[in-house]
Design a protein around this ligand. Structure first.
Ligand code: ASP
Ligand code: MG
Length: 409
C-alpha cells in the first residue's frame, strides 16, 4: 500500500463530466489498496473569470479581497469531486486550504507555504476516505485566505506530498508528460521518460509551462517523487522527475529545447565605462520589482560602453520609463528597446561532462542565418536571444541537430 497525492489541473476538471472521470480514476487507485489525497485546481477558465469580476469593481483590486474571490474556484471543485466520489460509493471528504490548515505568510496573491498540519488528512485516510484538498490556497496567521500565485495548485500538491511523506506526487494534466520541446512547434518532439530536477527547474524558468516553478523547487528540496501524467489517457507512465544521483543510465547530453516569447530587450547606448554604472542603471529597475534576466555589457572603447538586458515583456514599458529617467543621470547617449525578441535554450545535465555544445548550437543557428543577439549560460543550459520571427525555425533546427527526435539507444 502506498500513499499517493494526485493533482488535477483546470482542464482535467473543466466540466462535471471530466470531474466524474477524475473520480473514477481516483477510485481505481484506492481500489488497488492505496491511500489517495487529491489536490484540485479551479475548473478551467474559472480563476480568470473570478479575477475579471474583481477588476470590474476595482482596476487593481485590494489584495486581501482578491484572494477571497480567486480562491473560491478551487472550493467549487473540491465539493464537486467529493460528490462525484460519493456518487460511485466512495468515502470522501473535502477541505479548503484553511481547513487543512495550510499556513502561509501574508503575501496575498503570491503567498508562501510555511507549514501544513497533516492531522485531519491522516485521520480521514485511516478511516478509508479519499481526501480532496483545494489547491492554490492557504491561510495566514490571522486567518485571512491567501493564494499561492497562478498555477499554485502544483505547489500545493507537492507541499502536501512532502508533509505526508507520500510515496509519489502525480501531477495530472492535459499533456502526457514533459516533452523534448513543444510538440505544437516540433511534431517529432518526444516524451521524456525521466528528466532531472535541475533540468525541470531550468525548463520551468525558461518558459516551459508544464509545472509551476515553485513546485519543482519544493519537490527538489524535500525530495518528493514527482511524476507528470495525462488525465485524458488511460495508460502511460508520464515523465518521472528524478534526482541526478539516482540515475544509473548514461545521461543524454541534451534533454530539451525550451523557449520563451515573453521577453523584451533594453539597451543603454554610450554610457561612461566606469565603476558603479551597472548599479546606477539596474538598481532602479530592481527597486521597481522588475525581474532582469540576461545582461550584457560590451567592451568599452574611448571610455564609453553599451549595456543591454532583458525583462519580461509585461514589464517593458515600466522599465523603459525608468531608463528614460536614468539616462541623463548616467550620461547615456540613447535608450533603445526591442519587444520582438525571443529566448531559446538548450538544457541538459550532460553538458557538464561534454564540450562543444555551445559551438554546435551556434553553428546550427548560423547555418540558418539566424542572428544571435545575446547569450547566457549556466552549467546545464545555454540560452540565446534571437528575433522572435525566427523562433520556431530555431527550435526546429536545434531539436534536429541535437537528435532529440531520436529515441536514445
Ligand atoms: N486556479 C489557479 C490558477 O488558475 C491555480 C492553478 O490552477 O494551479 O492559476
Ligand atoms: Mg496548472
Amino acid at each position: 500500500m502506498a500513499l499517493i497525492v494526485q493533482k488535477y489541473g483546470g482542464t482535467s476538471v473543466g466540466t462535471t463530466e471530466r470531474i466524474k472521470c477524475v473520480a473514477t480514476r481516483v477510485a481505481k487507485w484506492q481500489a488497488q489498496g492505496h491511500q489517495v489525497v487529491v489536490v484540485v485546481s479551479a475548473m478551467s477558465g474559472e480563476t480568470n473569470r473570478l479575477i475579471g469580476l474583481a477588476k470590474e469593481i476595482q482596476s487593481s483590486p485590494d489584495a486581501r479581497e482578491l484572494d477571497v474571490i480567486a480562491s473560491t474556484g478551487e472550493q467549487v471543485t473540491i465539493g464537486l469531486l467529493s460528490l462525484a466520489l460519493k456518487a460511485i460509493g466512495r468515502k470522501a471528504v473535502s477541505y479548503t486550504g484553511g481547513q487543512v490548515r495550510v499556513l502561509t505568510d501574508s503575501a496575498f496573491s503570491k503567498a508562501r507555504i510555511l507549514s501544513i498540519d497533516d492531522h485531519n488528512i491522516r485521520r480521514d485516510l485511516a478511516d478509508g476516505n479519499i481526501v480532496v484538498v483545494a489547491g492554490f490556497q492557504g491561510v495566514d496567521e490571522a486567518g485571512s485566505i491567501t493564494t499561492l500565485g497562478r498555477g499554485g495548485s502544483d505547489t500545493s500538491a507537492v507541499a502536501i506530498a512532502a508533509a505526508l511523506k507520500a510515496d509519489e506526487c502525480q501531477i495530472y494534466t492535459d499533456v502526457d508528460g514533459v516533452y523534448t520541446t513543444d510538440p505544437r512547434i516540433v511534431p517529432e518532439a518526444r516524451r521524456l521518460t525521466t528528466v532531472t530536477f535541475e533540468e525541470m527547474l531550468e525548463m520551468a524558468s525558461l518558459g516551459s509551462k508544464v509545472l509551476q516553478i515553485r513546485s519543482v523547487e519544493f519537490a527538489g528540496k524535500y525530495k518528493v517523487k514527482l511524476r507528470v501524467l495525462s488525465s485524458f489517457l488511460d495508460e502511460g507512465d508520464g515523465t518521472l522527475i528524478t534526482f541526478e544521483d539516482d540515475r544509473h543510465m548514461e545521461q543524454p547530453i541534451i534533454s530539451g529545447i525550451a523557449f520563451n516569447r515573453d521577453e523584451a530587450k533594453l539597451t543603454v547606448h554610450g554610457v561612461p565605462d566606469r565603476p558603479g554604472i551597472a548599479y546606477q542603471i539596474l538598481g532602479p529597475v530592481a527597486e521597481a520589482n522588475i525581474d532582469i534576466d540576461m545582461i550584457i555589457q560590451n567592451v568599452g572603447h574611448d571610455g564609453m560602453t553599451d549595456f543591454s538586458f532583458t525583462v519580461g515583456r509585461g514589464d517593458y514599458d515600466r522599465a523603459k520609463a525608468i531608463l528614460d529617467q536614468v539616462q541623463s543621470r548616467v550620461g547615456a547617449r540613447e535608450i533603445a528597446g526591442d519587444k520582438t525578441i525571443a529566448k531559446v535554450s538548450v538544457v541538459g545535465v550532460g553538458m557538464r561532462s561534454h564540450v562543444g555544445i555551445a559551438s554546435k548550437m551556434f553553428r546550427t543557428l548560423a547555418e540558418e542565418s539566424i542572428n544571435i543577439k545575446m547569450i547566457s549560460t549556466s552549467e546545464i543550459k545555454i540560452s540565446v536571444v534571437i528575433d522572435e520571427k525566427y523562433l520556431e525555425l530555431a527550435v526546429r533546427v536545434l531539436h534536429k541537430a541535437f537528435e532529440l527526435d531520436q529515441v536514445p539507444a
